[in-house]
Design a protein around this ligand. Structure first.
Ligand code: GLA
Length: 394
């Protein structure tokens, strides 16, 4: 993989080419993320266990003396330089990638941090687009990070950047996401995953010690398409199920319930589909807690079993997997040396995350790649990844 310094000089060259010179431009990085377990629990007051990656988004940025904004992405060269201004920040109206940096400028303003000058920006990301590794949250956190640095918003912590990122995703981009992605990215720590209680935002770093195994991400190359609206639909189903349970039981979130209590009160939920949605939220939360315990005591085998169970629940109860992700997971499970395999992120396309013995990685790529191509008709991409730090200036 290209080093950060190599990317820096490449991105500064493009910056000079697009905007005249690169003098005074600063370069920042924010990672992508992968979630190991705890899926669709973050908006249900449950636990998540994601980690930041060493791949992510780079941005070269320089403040201007006026209120103009100029954006260029090396990932969307055909779009050219997109021009806007600080006076054109309209929630829910932007239809291209600039909605993410613009959403952050807007969200900073809403939170009392006025961005008073425009800037020129060049972005380059080495996260596959639309893969479910949070390329959009990476851009949001990157923007929050450089706004803080360039405007001296000293009171803002990385955790605040995560919260502002979620706010901008919810209100500017219209996706009712939870806090997981932005938090994992803003708070990332090399070789550690973050065990986060989304109800309280209490968190703990847990070293991910895989011994002779690797973290392998497989990208289905199925774009999310209708994913965002389905995502909001799942969230609404869970909220409705919770309100039905609340008619009898005093709980704040589905994450407050254990399996036995849920079993006792699930009949309060008046619809079979909603029962399954809520069951996933409750069980997945408990699985996540158990998985972190297993990892801490070095029981990778059990961790893998819980990853597998997570996928089953997302497939059968939450119904967010689809043929592409199921094919990848089924094929993975046939390869000896696979410790755990599951979809990761929102689902409806995107990626799977797998823990694979190092000695089996080549076979894994070959066998899973072949089965996927035969069944689905187009190829999957494979990434052996490392867990990296949160955002930084390069
Ligand atoms: C997306 C959202 C997150 C989370 C996951 C599912 O990545 O942005 O907040 O809900 O889906 O776990």
């Amino acid at each position: 993989m290209e080093s950060a310094q190599e990317v820096k000089s490449r991105i500064l060259e493009v910056f000079a080419d697009k905007y005249g010179s690169s003098e005074g431009a600063r370069v920042f990085f924010a990672p992508g993320r992968v979630n190991l377990i705890g899926e669709h629990t973050d908006y249900n007051g449950g636990h998540v266990f994601p980690c930041a990656l060493t791949i992510g988004t780079y941005g070269a940025v320089r403040l201007r003396d006026d209120r103009q904004l100029r954006f260029y992405s090396m990932n969307f060269e055909d779009k050219g330089v997109i021009t806007s201004s600080l006076d054109e920040l309209k929630p829910l109206e932007d239809k291209n990638w600039t909605a993410y940096p613009k959403g952050m400028i807007w969200a900073f303003g809403e939170k009392g941090y006025q961005v008073s000058k425009g800037f020129d920006l060049v972005l380059y990301g080495n996260i596959p687009n639309g893969s479910g590794l949070s390329s959009s949250a990476s851009v949001e956190v990157l923007t929050g990070y450089f706004l803080r640095e360039l405007f001296g918003f000293d009171g803002i912590t990385n955790q605040d950047i995560a919260l502002i990122g979620q706010f901008s995703e919810n209100k500017y981009n219209g996706v009712n996401c939870g806090i997981m992605d932005q938090f994992a990215i803003a708070m990332g720590k090399k070789d550690n995953a973050i065990f986060l209680d989304t109800a309280t935002l209490q968190y703990e770093y847990a070293p991910v010690v895989l011994h002779d195994a690797k973290l392998v991400i497989v990208c289905s190359n199925k774009k999310r398409g209708l994913g965002d609206s389905k995502y909001n639909e799942r969230r609404a189903e869970c909220e409705k199920a919770l309100s039905e349970i609340k008619t009898f039981l005093d709980v704040k979130t589905l994450g407050d319930l254990d399996e036995a209590t849920f079993g006792k009160f699930e009949s309060l939920i008046k619809d079979e589909v909603r029962v399954r949605r809520a069951r996933h939220a409750v069980y997945e939360n408990r699985r996540t807690v158990s998985a972190v315990e297993a990892l801490k005591r070095g029981d990778l085998k059990h961790f893998g079993q819980l990853m597998n169970a997570s996928h089953e629940s997302l497939r059968d109860d939450y119904e967010v997997t689809g043929i592409e992700l199921d094919t990848l997971v089924d094929a993975a499970r046939k390869v000896p040396g696979v410790i755990g395999a599951r979809m990761t992120g929102a689902g409806f396309g995107g990626c799977t995350v797998n823990i694979v013995k190092e000695s089996s990685v080549d076979e894994f790529i070959e066998k899973v790649g072949e089965e996927y191509l035969n069944k689905i008709g187009y190829a999957a991409d494979f990434y052996v990844v490392d867990i990296g730090d949160g955002p930084s200036e390069i």
